[in-house]
Design a protein around this ligand. Structure first.
Ligand code: AVJ
Length: 322
């Protein structure tokens, strides 16, 4: 396994925490949820009955494995599969097994912001699929895109599952898609999952589960600030609050201060005050419809080749081409 760690992550963390907590209104990026504890909490979220996204996408991939796999195949030269935000790889493994079992010649390159997740996945694949050629990497989406240029010798398929794109506001999503497009050759494909608009209650329940795991996940960013930056947040003084706007399709997560307080973060020399009921915005989880995905694709100069969906149309995986 080759894991390429990002030494400056802690300084990026410092800088962004400072910016977010001194802004009005306050915010912290959802990319900071994912340390070892956050990864475990996200695994627990994926296993929640309310969090329909993972099962929907797993079903889509399982029910269409051959169709998807054959879209990816290049019989002459082989192909490479690059996955951004690979996580635990549960859904991808279905495709990897099909490809490995049907004489695909390929390298699997999983990339994730969590060093812990990348390591677990690489170890797991080495054990479960020892013949697989894996080239794992740690990094943020926008940075690792640059390093994909090495994967230009043969057809590549870029995968972004889990509706991870939903963490980006539309203008950022377009920037992301455009950069992906810039790294694609004519026969390359982009396979991407987009959670769909649906009954607003279903969405609220998915992000506000009754067992409190999503609450703990949301508060994990405060725990990380305490641990890594010498903060003294009292997470129990914040409530997890989820909103969903069915018009825009935007689900938003907040932490809301239940009393006035002041918080110090030693390593960035920062003391901030909170008014009672002041908010920290922590995440957006955008929901889509065909028209919106079509618009994003067109803005990024990509075309939609086809898509796969589940029985309820709760979720869709689109195949894009340059
Ligand atoms: C991993 C970004 C797709 O937004 O649905 C789950 C993260 N946040 N529950 C999502 C998450 C709260 C998840 N993504």
């Amino acid at each position: 396994m080759s894991t390429n760690t990002k030494p400056q992550l802690s300084t990026a963390f410092k800088k962004e925490v400072f910016e977010g907590l001194t802004n009005s209104p306050k915010y912290l990026s959802s990319k900071f949820f994912y340390d070892k504890i956050g990864d475990k909490l996200f695994q627990d979220i994926m296993a929640l009955p309310e969090y329909y996204l993972t099962n929907a996408e797993y079903d889509i991939i399982s029910n269409n494995t051959e169709a998807i796999g054959e879209l990816f195949r290049d019989r002459e030269n082989g192909m490479d599969m690059i996955e951004l935000g690979a996580g635990d790889g549960k859904k991808t493994k279905v495709l990897l097994k099909y490809m490995a079992g049907n004489n695909f010649n390929f390298v699997y390159k999983p990339i994730d912001i969590s060093e812990n997740a990348v390591e677990l996945l690489a170890n797991n694949l080495a054990k479960e699929m020892p013949a697989l050629n894996v080239d794992a990497e740690v990094g943020e989406y926008f940075e690792v895109l640059e390093r994909l240029k090495g994967y230009d010798k043969r057809k590549k398929v870029i995968m972004v599952l889990g509706s991870n794109i939903g963490n980006l506001e539309h203008h950022k999503a377009i920037e992301f898609l455009s950069k992906l497009k810039d790294g694609m050759r004519g026969d390359d494909l982009l396979f991407m999952g987009f959670d769909q608009k649906k009954n607003p209650q279903t969405i609220l329940d998915a992000y506000n589960d009754s067992s409190g795991i999503t609450e703990a996940f949301n508060k994990n960013v405060l725990m990380r600030i305490n641990k890594e930056l010498g903060g003294n947040f009292q997470p129990e003084k914040f409530i997890h609050w989820e909103t969903y706007n069915p018009e825009t399709g935007t689900a938003k997560s907040f932490l809301v201060a239940t009393e006035a307080m002041s918080v110090t973060v030693e390593k960035i020399n920062l003391t901030v005050t909170f008014d009672e009921w002041e908010t920290i915005h922590t995440e957006i989880s955008q929901k889509y419809d065909d028209a919106t995905v079509q618009w994003l694709a067109q803005q990024a100069n990509l075309t939609i080749e086809t898509y796969f969906t589940d029985d309820n149309s709760h979720y869709k995986n689109y195949v894009f081409r340059k």
